[in-house]
Design a protein around this ligand. Structure first.
Ligand code: SAM
Ligand code: MD0
Ligand code: SF4
Length: 347
């Protein structure tokens, strides 16, 4: 019975089989799951939703992730690297329009990594000087020694998604990369006082058991924000003709994580189904909108263009859709209070 599994998860007295039952719920069971997840979200966060701007400022990358459009060996991408002034300008525009955080994201770009990540640290500190909203660093993997400098430069978060905690599958989708180093990013971030985000992808060849394992591992690492994103096939990659990940599986994962981790942040990403997929994710218990892209010269990750050129991923549009559905964008000061209290748990 799904209600029993839901009850055990809410009471923190559950096993992997309960998580798996939630991750595969169908029909009325799924309705029960979504309803319970919404209730938990509403109790903790009310109708307030945090909003994140996304700045994919360099799409150069040394890695060859099988799922990623910007993998090193895809020659047909039209890569770009924004200069620091443009990034600061974008951060100011995001601040002016009321978002809570800017997510500074790059591929593992050698130009940013050289000399102890000088280029990346410079961008983080320039953005920190210019705006007082939250800053997330999404640079891929970094050495342990870089976590404190990142925090000192002004980063609040380190995001690094494992995609899967199945080692065999990890090695296939992130060839040549270390599973352990990627997992440890989250612990190293915490040691330096950074909050951490982890994520899994659905539809990359995992089964529900492996999905349950991933969700439980993200939980035990203590990640402060946890996400699921459905795989979107990319032209020019070895997975280009694979079946896309199921948005319903992503939604089940969001709801399951909401029940397991009532206090943590869970994104509804615009990067899988665009603005039309926002409500379904919020109705599954998400409480952050990510991948708001205010500028047509920037790319998404899983969806490079979807809803970007037409303004549907702009701050104004996202805020008006939230309002239409009874949600309210939380202010940057509310968001800072959330981060401060969460960091209090770390120290
Ligand atoms: N290069 C850094 C890294 O890999 O950690 C930061 C980039 S981060 C924006 C890349 C994330 O976007 C991946 O970890 C993955 O979760 C998501 N992503 C990339 N390609 C995707 C795809 N084809 N479908 C769904 N999600 C994707
Ligand atoms: C998103 N496209 O939020 C972004 C990205 C990176 N930290 C986040 C996956 O969906
Ligand atoms: Fe590079 Fe990140 Fe894409 Fe992997 S997912 S190829 S590390 S940009």
């Amino acid at each position: 019975m799904i209600v029993d599994a839901i009850g055990r998860v809410i009471d923190r007295d559950y096993g992997a089989e309960d998580v798996e039952a939630l991750l595969t719920a169908e029909g009325r069971d799924l309705e029960e799951l979504l309803g319970a997840a919404r209730e938990v979200r509403d109790r903790r966060f009310g109708n307030r939703v945090f909003t994140y701007g996304f700045a994919y400022f360099s799409t150069h990358c040394r890695n060859d992730c099988a799922f990623c459009y910007y993998r090193a060996s895809n020659g047909s991408t039209g890569r770009y690297r924004k200069d620091p002034d443009e990034i600061v300008d974008l951060a100011c525009r995001l601040r002016d329009s009321g978002v809570d955080l800017i997510d500074l994201t790059m591929g593992e770009d050698e130009a940013m990594r050289r000399n102890g990540f000088e280029g990346f640290l410079d961008i983080v500190s320039r953005v920190d000087e210019a705006v007082d909203i939250g800053i997330m660093a999404s640079p891929g993997t970094v050495p342990r020694e870089l976590m404190s400098p990142l925090r000192e430069a002004g980063a609040d978060w380190l995001a690094c998604y494992q995609e899967t905690y199945d080692r065999g599958l990890f090695e296939r989708i992130r060839p040549g990369q270390s599973f352990d180093i990627r997992r440890d990013q989250k612990t190293w971030a915490h040691e330096a006082g950074l909050l951490s985000e982890d994520g899994m992808m659905v539809g990359i060849g995992e089964d529900p058991g492996s999905r349950a394992l991933s969700v439980m591992e993200m939980g035990s690492l203590g990640c402060d924000q946890v996400r699921a994103m459905a795989f979107v096939p990319q032209i020019g990659t070895p997975m280009s003709s694979r079946v896309p990940g199921s948005p319903e599986d992503e939604i089940r994962a969001i709801a399951t994580m909401r029940l397991m981790f009532p206090r943590r942040l869970i994104p509804a990403s615009l990067d899988v189904e665009g603005i039309s997929g926002l409500m379904a994710r919020l109705e599954a218990g998400a409480n952050v909108v990510t991948s708001i892209v205010p500028d047509a010269s920037l790319s998404g990750v899983a969806q490079h263009e979807l809803d970007i050129g037409n303004g549907n991923r702009s701050v104004d549009h996202v805020f008006s859709v939230l309002g239409d559905c009874g949600f309210e964008p939380a202010s940057p000061s509310e968001y800072r209070r959330w981060m401060d209290s969460r960091r209090g748990i770390l120290t």
